[in-house]
Design a protein. Sequence first.
Length: 54
Amino acid sequence: MCANCGCGKPEDRMGDDRNILWSEIVASAEANDIAPAEAARNIQAMAEQMGTTA
């Protein structure tokens, strides 16, 4: 998916630069010496803390 929309295409911005690519999650994880899955969990936890989950 553009990592956020669920389309199943991890490197396709779907015509909108605001969509997040999997490679960006991987790069951000590498910058912090964590696994991409942990970075994704951290993003989820932050969303919950911000009160923005569906």
